[in-house]
Unconditional design. Structure first.
Length: 193
């Protein structure tokens, strides 16, 4: 698959089949991720591959985080919301939690570590598309909650940057549309700044 074609055609696929994904394909995604650019060769990424009942602790953590914002978690409505939060990881047969583990090297700038892991995630998404898998990068406030750090055994300075939900597509990809790069680009050819 041509890289330009993959970039233009890849879309978030939020609905996938429950069919298992071959371990070799998951490993290819992880390998692709590790080839992302990273300053000082810190390789600041960490991956947690959740399958089967291994997704259950993530669901419990999502429910625990949701419960914190409820005045009365025991109501029927809130119990349904908590159950729904607990089942979220089961929307896909594989969930890969991706974290940034910043280097302790004093030369390293933290935002560059985050950028490197985001690039690793993009590599995974493109590789998933090339392998015929559906993927969606899910984030949101619970992603950055301290309970997520606890779940994955992360340090205070580490962060979960998202969850890649993977499976074989059970929907047609949506059409993509972007504003032309010309509207977002300024060419600077002489000293005008």
């Amino acid at each position: 698959m041509d890289v330009f074609e993959a970039i233009r055609q890849r879309r978030s696929i939020g609905k996938v089949k429950p069919d298992p994904i071959e371990k070799e394909k998951i490993e290819k995604l992880l390998e692709a991720a590790t080839w992302a650019p990273n300053h000082f060769h810190t390789e600041p990424w960490k991956f947690f591959v959740l399958t089967g009942e291994g997704r259950r602790p993530l669901g419990r953590t999502l429910a625990a985080i949701a419960k914190e914002s409820m005045d009365d978690p025991s109501t029927t409505e809130n119990q349904a919301k908590l159950k729904k939060a607990e089942e979220k990881p089961f929307r896909a047969p594989v969930v890969i939690a991706v974290a940034v583990i910043p280097s302790d090297n004093p030369k390293v700038i933290n935002i560059e570590e985050v950028g490197a892991v985001n690039a690793a995630i993009q590599n995974m998404l493109l590789a998933a598309h090339a392998l015929g898998l559906g993927a969606i990068w899910r984030t949101g406030k619970p992603t950055y909650h301290s309970k997520m750090k606890q779940l994955f055994g992360l340090r205070e300075q580490d962060e979960v940057l998202g969850f890649i939900y993977l499976g074989y597509p059970d929907m047609s990809p949506l059409k993509g549309k972007r504003v032309s790069f010309t509207e977002k680009t300024k060419w600077i050819e002489v000293d005008t700044i």
